[in-house]
Design a protein around this ligand. Structure first.
Ligand SMILES: NC(=O)c1ccc[n+]([C@@H]2O[C@H](COP(=O)([O-])OP(=O)(O)OC[C@H]3O[C@@H](n4cnc5c(N)ncnc54)[C@H](OP(=O)(O)O)[C@@H]3O)[C@@H](O)[C@H]2O)c1
Length: 256
């Protein structure tokens, strides 16, 4: 397949990231998929044409960025970066063991910062405007039961997407930052959890919404401000997406 551009998807091996990759392939944009299970993905016929880079966000001190550098330097230029990776909080705060808290925080916060820092420096060296897409959650601002670590981790992502818009304006003018805050989706994220996901949203539909907003020419985008666009995707009772363009304030605590 002839590709003109590439897109890095940190967490593109399953769920929403995989759906984004499939859609990018159909647009002749080469996905560079990063995650732990890239070996399995190499046999996934729907991901034919993708490049793969192994990374475990809980062990970034062991990660050598050479493979990614090689792919970035020698393939079609990277014009988009999707930060998707995440894991569920399995237990309420008081039951979490130190290793479990560490896994959640390194996967959501410190690990991605190391990897995205490498990627960002390479992109600044290349000097082309980019589209940065951050997948947070409605947990970014909701008051939720037993997500005392997950919700703040998502709020970190959202704040980063805002702050990076300033960085991008300075380093790579013409770039955009899009912050996606989806509600529940039917993905492997929930495997093994006692959660009824039957009315959750289809990740393929959410991927379509992500791309149809993130890739719009910023000059023609009435919702974007100074390159930045926040999108909340709530779900109806039937599981249909309801889109609003807002950066919601943190909800107040209420009786659960
Ligand atoms: N599902 C929902 O209801 C929902 C709702 C709102 C927001 N979100 C957010 O949406 C994002 C995508 O989640 P999803 O629903 O698509 O879940 P998913 O199918 O479980 O996908 C999670 C992705 O994160 C990657 N990942 C997890 N731990 C990693 C690690 N240690 N190192 C590298 N990559 C890692 C996984 O790759 P490997 O396993 O291959 O490493 C996978 O590609 C997450 O940030 C999640 O918090 C999900």
């Amino acid at each position: 397949m002839e590709f003109l551009e590439s897109a890095i998807i940190l967490g593109g091996t399953s769920g929403l990231g995989r759906e984004i990759a499939k859609r990018l392939l159909s647009m002749k944009i080469r996905p560079i998929i990063m995650g732990r299970s890239v070996l399995r993905c190499q046999n996934d016929s729907e991901l034919d044409g993708c490049a793969f880079v192994h990374v475990d966000l809980t062990k970034v001190n062991q990660w050598a960025p050479n493979v990614l550098h090689g792919i970035m330097r020698h393939g079609p230029p990277v014009t988009q970066v999707y930060w998707v990776a995440g894991v569920v909080q399995h237990k309420p705060f008081h039951q979490l063991l130190p290793d479990e808290m560490n896994e959640l925080l390194t996967t959501h916060v410190s690990g991605p910062m190391v990897v995205l820092n490498h990627i960002y420096n390479e992109l600044v060296e290349a000097g082309r405007p980019i589209k940065l897409i951050t997948i947070a959650s409605t947990s970014t601002f909701r008051f939720r039961s037993a997500e005392e670590l997950y919700c703040p981790a998502k709020a970190f992502k959202a704040n980063w997407a805002v702050q990076m818009m300033g960085r991008l304006q300075e380093d790579l003018p013409g770039s955009t930052s899009t912050l996606i805050m989806p509600g529940g989706m039917k993905t492997p994220f929930w495997l093994g959890e006692e959660v009824d996901i039957s009315a959750f949203m289809d990740p393929g539909i959410i991927a379509g919404i992500v791309l149809s907003h993130a890739l719009v020419d910023p000059e023609e985008d009435q919702h974007r401000v100074h390159g930045f666009l926040p999108i909340v995707i709530n779900r109806s009772w039937l599981g249909d997406p309801i889109i609003t363009y807002e950066l919601p304030a943190l909800e107040w605590p209420r009786p659960l």
